[in-house]
Design a protein around this ligand. Structure first.
Ligand code: 13P
Length: 256
């Protein structure tokens, strides 16, 4: 299975800055057969960057999209409109779930719409600090995972990527708040087992599962060697060319 290194730029960089930054990344990145490098710029930058990108080296992802194809949805952009521009879309990121109140139902529609429009969904799941404290982690993850994927056909499920991002470990500056590789290992095993139970072992074993939450060059190697982790979803460190390209190199080393 390929490894994925995904940079979520969130709401950072102007269109001009995004283009300059992408240029820098393209200069420093090689085309790897076994590593898929993906960046998710702001929606406004996606279209111009799609003309600039070298898809052999880096692919584009949207950070969200509306599941309706067209219509009276002021301010929204659909998966249909993103077709041919983005190859991937992050769906159900914790910031979308918690700041913009996206429900599992909406997220499920987005996964379906992405697949219908030949865009690979990167379905994010993750528990909050409170849910973790109250011992609800596994229930929350199961609900988010199956809530997002129920109804996906046997054929389409092979095109889905899952990302585990514990909300409490996102953008932390304290080492004490980082998720430990051991903790991640048990959770990844649970996610894999849930996928196997619902979609069959052969399919479940081949769904890529990424880890995200304060990934940096200093911890990327440890996270990438957690059994069952097939890549990383990176926020802050993906905005710094030196750090992002170092993480790609680490992924390359771990792979070989
Ligand atoms: P950080 O890497 O900044 O913690 O962000 C993680 C994230 O939310 C990526 O989607």
């Amino acid at each position: 299975m390929k490894s994925y290194v995904v940079g979520n730029w969130k709401m950072n960089f102007s269109v001009g800055e995004s283009s300059v930054y992408l240029h820098k990344l393209l200069q420093r990145t090689h085309a790897y057969r076994d590593i898929e490098v993906i960046v998710a710029p702001s929606l406004i930058a996606l279209q111009p960057l799609s003309l600039q990108i070298d898809r052999k080296k880096i692919r584009l992802a949207a950070q969200t999209a509306n599941p309706h194809d067209f219509g009276a949805f002021t301010g929204e952009v659909s998966f249909t409109q993103l077709r041919g521009i983005a190859d991937y879309c992050i769906i159900g990121h914790s910031e979308r779930r918690h700041l913009f109140h996206e429900s599992d139902k909406q997220i499920r529609s987005s996964v379906a719409s992405a697949l219908r429009n030949q865009i690979t969904p990167i379905l994010c799941i993750g528990e909050t600090d409170t849910e973790r404290t109250f011992g609800e982690t596994y229930d929350v993850l199961r609900d988010q995972l199956l809530g997002g994927l129920s109804g996906v056909s046997a054929e389409d499920i092979t095109k889905v990527i899952v990302a585990y991002e514990p909300v409490w470990a996102i953008s932390t500056t304290s080492d004490a708040r980082l998720a430990s590789p051991d903790e991640i290992a048990s959770i990844i095993q649970f996610i894999r087992q849930t996928l196997n139970e619902h979609f069959g072992q052969e399919v479940g074993e081949n769904i890529p599962i990424l880890y995200g939450g304060s990934v940096k060059p200093t911890n990327a190697g440890a996270y990438l060697t957690v059994p069952g982790v097939n890549g990383l979803l990176i926020g802050g460190a993906s905005l710094i060319a030196d750090q992002f390209t170092e993480i790609i190199e680490i992924a390359k080393k771990v792979k070989s």
